[in-house]
Ligand binder design. Structure first.
Ligand code: GTP
Ligand code: MG
Length: 488
């Protein structure tokens, strides 16, 4: 048995000869590997861990020569290194979990194309940062004769077809009419296609490429039913929605774009900073109400614990995790007053907050998917329905819809309830920063088309992002009017 292993090792050492000199740095061929394994790796796996004294990495630098750069050889090299030195260049995760070593400065393993030296620094993660052991593994390609010319195409008589410049020979199998590519023609340049992020035409990229009927294979089958995604992509937003999205910098934006527009991207909800001084009456009202301190004053799990209606109330309803609590923080610029979480179902009671005895903001529990038992979720939903339909001081319900996902059946249920109980509600699209501007416009268009105009629906539809601050000012201005003009 042991003989077999030895012969295997012998064979491995022999094979490694030209392209794997790492082992030979430590010892002489076969003995090197054996000594190496028994000294370090086996002891390490014996449970002692890597220590300065017996570590396999004692600050030394090892060189590994890779043959003509075939990828498979590079992968094999990584595997062998894992076996021999307990590192795995191919997989960072397994490297740290199995060997307790961390691979730093890992670069893509493109040995096929690049013939040069690549350095990998490997740290022992078992000890403190200062005492970390470090070893450098240098992977180099062979320096001599690695770029041998590839065997070129030959014709039936064995004569070379390629020209002397050693340019790539185009192997032309298809001969289509007169436009066929000649054997000696230079290779065709691939056409670069630019994708326009504002393109709303829902066209395939290759739709207009090559109108020549002889070469083009026509797609005969047409799907009768479009997928939901395709339907969404087919929506053409109206110019007014598009310009609203652009003016308010809604949608996912690059930082440079925001900086150019004069916003300080270092601040939270940067688009809610006012780069220019504003002085309209509306904005002054908004400043006064929403600059007041946001104070929590009541919480209700059952309808009997609702506080006495004193102030005009604005409630924030919607599916779990849609961003209701975050919107309260963003509107008042008081981060952390209302608790938020990325776990759906975080807010489990109706929470009442007041703003300077002028306005009450109500954070409702969400409906739909949440990390809670079905009966608990049903109880929240009943509570929300009861609050919405019976609360006398409720002046507006902001129905929050995640822009990415759109409206769901539960949202329609709540709308029906609000229609029945004649409670004014306004649609607010949230998390607009998560999708592209054109998709924000599409979603707004889709919802606008689906909603029937009614007395209870308050226009316009708002679009916000608590994260970027886009649209928050407009919403604040709209909601501030409730505080100003409502009397109980
Ligand atoms: N990208 C982005 N994330 C947001 C935005 N608003 C909220 N979030 C995130 O969405 C997650 C849920 O936010 P919450 O405000 O707790 O949502 P909620 O609707 O109150 O959720 P429940 O209390 O579970 O009903 C959090 O991780 C927030 O950070 C937004 O405008 N943009
Ligand atoms: Mg919440």
């Amino acid at each position: 048995m042991s003989g077999a292993v030895n012969s295997k090792r012998e064979r491995r050492t022999k094979n490694c000869g030209s392209d794997f000199k790492g082992v030979r740095v430590r010892g002489n061929g076969k003995e090197g590997i054996r000594k190496y394994k028994s000294e370090n790796v086996q002891r390490r796996w014996g449970g002692e861990g890597v220590r300065a004294k017996d570590s396999i990495f004692q600050g030394e630098s090892r060189k590994f020569d890779v043959g003509r750069g075939e990828k498979s050889r590079a992968v094999n090299l990584g595997r062998r290194m894992k076996r021999a030195t307990d590192t795995d260049l191919g997989n960072k995760k397994s490297l740290s979990s199995q060997s307790g070593l961390e691979l730093v400065n890992r670069k893509p393993f493109h040995l096929k194309k690049e013939y040069g030296e690549k350095k990998y620094t490997v740290y022992d993660v078992g000890c403190s940062r200062r005492n970390r052991e470090k070893a450098e593994i240098v992977v180099t390609s062979t320096s001599d004769g690695q770029l041998k010319p590839k065997p070129r195409n030959k014709d039936k008589n064995g004569e070379l077809l390629a020209d002397k410049s050693r340019k790539r020979v185009v192997n032309c199998k298809k001969v289509v009419g007169e436009d066929s590519v000649g054997i000696n023609d230079p290779p065709k340049k691939r056409k670069r296609i630019r994708i326009n992020p504002y393109d709303i035409s829902n066209k395939r990229i290759d739709d207009d490429a090559g109108d020549d009927d002889s070469t083009k294979v026509k797609v005969v089958e047409k799907k009768s039913e479009m997928s939901k995604n395709a339907q969404f992509r087919a929506i053409k937003p109206s110019p007014s929605i598009l310009s609203f999205v652009e003016d308010n910098l809604l949608g996912r934006r690059r930082l440079i774009e925001l900086q150019r527009a004069g916003y300080n991207t270092q601040l939270p909800a940067s688009l809610d900073n006012i780069p220019f001084s504003t002085s309209s009456v509306r904005e002054k009202i908004e400043e006064n109400v929403f600059r007041s301190k946001l104070e929590f004053f009541a919480s209700a799990k059952v309808s009997t614990s609702f506080p006495h209606p004193q102030l005009p109330e604005i409630a924030f309803a919607g599916r779990s995790n849609v961003g209701k609590s975050s919107l309260l923080n963003a509107l008042t610029r008081q981060w952390g007053v209302v608790w938020t979480s990325d776990k759906p179902g975080f807010t489990q009671t109706i929470n009442f907050f007041k703003l300077a005895e002028k306005l009450s903001l109500v954070d409702l529990p969400g409906y739909g998917f949440a990390y809670a038992k079905e009966e608990v979720k049903d109880a929240w939903e009943e509570l929300v329905k009861e609050y919405v339909s019976t609360r006398s001081s409720l002046r507006r319900v902001c129905l929050l819809i995640d822009t990415k996902w759109g409206m769901k059946p539960r949202d329609h249920e709540l709308i029906e309830l609000m229609e029945r109980s004649r409670k004014p509600y306004q649609i607010v699209l949230t998390k607009t920063d998560t999708i592209s501007p054109i998709d924000v416009a599409r979603r707004a268009m889709q919802i606008q088309e689906n909603l029937k105009p009614s007395k209870s629906l308050v226009e316009p539809m708002m679009m916000v992002s608590s994260k970027s601050g886009a649209g928050i000012r407009s919403l604040r201005t709209v909601l501030a009017s409730i505080a100003r003009f409502t009397k109980l």
